[in-house]
Design a binder for this molecule. Sequence first.
Ligand code: SAM
Ligand code: SF4
Ligand code: SF4
Length: 341
Amino acid sequence: MKYSYIARCVAKQLARGFKLPYMVMFETTQMCNMFCEYCIFGEEGKFNDLQTRAARQRIFQRIDEFCDLGVFALSFSGGEPLLNPSTCDYIAYAADRGLWTSMPTNGLLIRKYADGVARLDMLEVSIDSLNPERFAKRRGINALPKIIDNLEYVLGKRRPFTTQINAAVNLENLHDLPALAEFCQQRHLVLHPEAVHNVMRNGELLPDAELHGPDIDTVADFLIELRRQFPKNVRFYTHYYDFYRAGGFRPGFPCRHPSRLISMKPDGSLHLPCAFKTLYHSQAPVKEFLASPEARQLIAQETTMWDFCHGCKIGCPYEVSAFTNSPTLALQSALDFLRWS
Ligand SMILES: C[S@@+](CC[C@H](N)C(=O)[O-])C[C@H]1O[C@@H](n2cnc3c(N)ncnc32)[C@H](O)[C@@H]1O
Ligand code: SF4
Ligand code: SF4
């Protein structure tokens, strides 16, 4: 992240009343080498994509377009992002341009790409239990020792508090979190717990896996107490649990993914309204794409949303929406996230 770049983005965003997209979610691949029980990518062979040389060139060009537009941050996601052999080249290119970069990964390949992932502003490794059996049951593969080993290696190349452990939480692993918080405290890591929620992809859903009724309070109260005990390490938005209880996005708290979070697929195409449902996609340059009648119409519909949005509680769209829907909440959440409050 370069401060001169951020300053240029702020100027561009100010000139457009902060109505421009400020982040890109780039699914570098939709393939995965794990089989997590709560994730739709875990269904073996369901998603396959071809990484062509043409797509690679297009992605570099896209990063230039995003910088020109005034985008602050680029999140590399998936599937498992390190299954795309070009991902670390994209990270380096985006970092050199000044973008703030982050990437969640299951950790199986971080040792192989240690120098590449060292460039990320925030490396996120998904570990939801330090109990090997429970990890294997939830993540579908008995790989906890290997992932911990990979993580310890990569930490030698990273600064304190720039590596985050993502823990998908429900009642099954809730009581594993104090051990995970201690693990993070000893290594100067951030622990980001996120309640398991249902994730729809183009109309398809796994069987209901989310929390209901008093279970939401049980998880929220436990996490708030955990954060009290580990204030430097445990970070999450308290408001997310009010949002979760209220059933997710709704007209009073609409999803801002369409206007503020650009969805880019492995082939470099841009998708609307979001990464989880495509109603319009294009390979046009980003400014042309956003100015197209199709994109403008979909973005104009974001405050009323679509039927398929019902119950959606996905974390990344939630965060950009929280910042957009309520400046006060944005400030509170930022403080909450940084544990200044
Ligand atoms: C979709 S994964 C993609 C990146 C990578 N494969 C990984 O596992 O980190 C991004 C994050 O979403 C989390 N996740 C997946 N499905 C989830 C669900 N249904 N509820 C909550 N978190 C989920 C994963 O644990 C991971 O931390
Ligand atoms: S959470 Fe990540 S590692 Fe697990 S199946 Fe989904 S994409 Fe793969
Ligand atoms: S609420 Fe947002 S992220 Fe969820 S399905 Fe609707 S547009 Fe997509």
